[in-house]
Design a protein around this ligand. Structure first.
Ligand code: PLP
Length: 427
């Protein structure tokens, strides 16, 4: 069979495809895998209980269920939910927005497909633009979304050591070039894969750069504020008319309902709604229906602050303690865990590439993500890209611990076989 060039946009070498295929394989195979690879949120009983009850209420409440499954929503998304969200954000955060500033999508992955194509590629003045990622590594799911290639440009981050085994990336503002080849700036906060939270100071500089150059600043808050608020440091949530905030119900515990939220200037929302109609006809009604009462009452913020954030923070700290014990004496460093649900581990002078390490571990039943997939727009041959991996700590704790033990045995053997890793220089 022959395909048009469109097929190449969905290539089998895409990192996100490998990640989702691994997830599917692990879920559907008879073999037991330690799933340290995907970004599946945890099944937190208190959160799940809420959604089960809400579903039961919907079923018992007249024809609410039938209306939810039996009607298409408008292309901008379910109007009652949008109104409730607009009220909440105005009331709680003082954002100067109204329902015209909000669109629903079928998951924020779908939001990014539209946004990145709205702001990259050919413009009517003849220029060709890219999306600037001010900090790499960045979310793997962005990598293949652009119809015009290359879609992204980026720069290396600064690396600061907090202690022997903890580091933090920050934006190298001296290297950021914004000219007429940049259509938008995008940053995830907290960042997937590193758990980094771009500081308020860095955000303020990005806001200034975006308004000085009249390009939108897209802030991916899939894990961040206002909800699900998986942030372990102080970070202000903000919106202004130069920013596009992308949120999602997924990391709240609802990845299966596929609901993304875009908060943006009216023209962007109109473009999102048009794309929704053409690509999907309408957006799914299930997520907005399940989350409506939480948004109306504002309880979504309490759930985020009192249940979801503490759950992830405790899990993060326990996983780091375990990891430090396992890797004792080896030359590794973990990115400061400031949010989201991942640990980003750097093995200095790793004797094989992170891709090979991923393959070895997969054979042993442990799934991680090799680091090089996360450096979109960074074309230089930086060895660091091949020395890092991402592990997820949101799944069953025993499996996570077991997976990290298998990882540490593998890493210890690699360093001692190559004699490159001097076990003493790790401490
Ligand atoms: N943004 C980030 C940073 C993510 O990690 C993810 C999913 O893992 C998404 C966006 C996409 O989320 P969804 O399409 O489930 O809303």
């Amino acid at each position: 069979m022959r395909f048009s060039l469109f097929r190449e946009l969905f290539s089998s070498s895409s990192g996100i495809l490998q990640l989702m295929a691994d997830l599917g394989e692990a879920v559907n195979s008879d073999r037991q895998f330690d799933m340290l690879g995907g970004g599946n949120p945890a099944h937190i009983p208190e959160v799940q209980k809420h959604f089960r009850q809400r579903m039961q209420t919907m079923l018992n409440n007249g024809d609410e269920f039938e209306r939810m499954i039996g009607n298409y929503d408008g292309p901008q998304g379910e109007a009652t939910f949008i109104e409730a969200l607009s009220d909440l954000l105005e009331r709680e955060y003082g954002w100067d927005i109204n329902p015209e500033n909000i669109a629903i999508t079928n998951g924020s992955q779908a939001s990014f497909f539209v946004l990145f194509n709205l702001f990259s590629g050919k413009y009517d003045d003849g220029t060709s633009k890219k999306i600037l990622l001010p900090l790499t590594p960045e979310y793997i799911g962005y990598a293949d979304t652009g119809l015009s290639k290359p879609t992204f440009t980026s720069t290396r981050p600064h690396i600061d050591f907090i202690d022997n085994h903890t580091f933090k990336y920050s934006i190298d503002f001296d290297q950021l070039k914004i000219d007429d080849k940049i259509g938008a700036i995008c940053v995830s906060r907290p960042t997937n894969p590193t758990g980094n939270v771009v500081t308020d100071e860095e955000m303020a500089k990005l806001v200034t750069l975006s308004s000085d150059h009249n390009v939108p600043l897209i802030i991916d808050c899939a894990y961040g504020a206002p909800f699900p608020g998986i942030l372990f440091t102080d970070a202000q949530a903000f919106w202004n008319p130069d920013t596009v905030i992308c949120m999602s119900l997924s990391k709240l515990g609802l990845p299966g309902v596929r609901t993304g939220i875009v908060i943006a200037p009216k023209q962007v929302i109109e473009a999102m709604a048009a794309a929704n109609a053409i690509l999907n006809l309408a957006t799914g009604s299930f997520g907005p229906a399940l989350a409506l009462d939480l948004v109306k009452s504002g309880e979504i913020l309490d759930l985020s602050r009192n249940i979801i954030r503490p759950w992830y923070e405790e899990r993060a700290m326990r996983t780091i303690t375990h990891l430090n014990q396992e890797l004792q004496g080896l030359p590794y460093a973990v990115h400061s865990a400031e949010g989201a649900m991942f640990l980003w581990i750097w093995f200095r002078d790793l004797p094989i590439s992170a891709q090979e390490l991923y393959e070895h571990l997969k054979q042993k039943g442990v799934l991680v993500i090799p680091g090089h997939h996360f450096f979109m727009g960074l074309d230089d041959d930086w060895q660091h890209k091949h020395e890092c991996i991402r592990v997820t700590y949101s799944q069953d704790e025993e499996n996570v611990k077991h997976g990290l033990s298998v990882l540490s045995v593998e890493i210890r053997a690699l360093y001692s076989n190559s004699k490159q890793g001097n076990p003493t220089h790790g401490d």
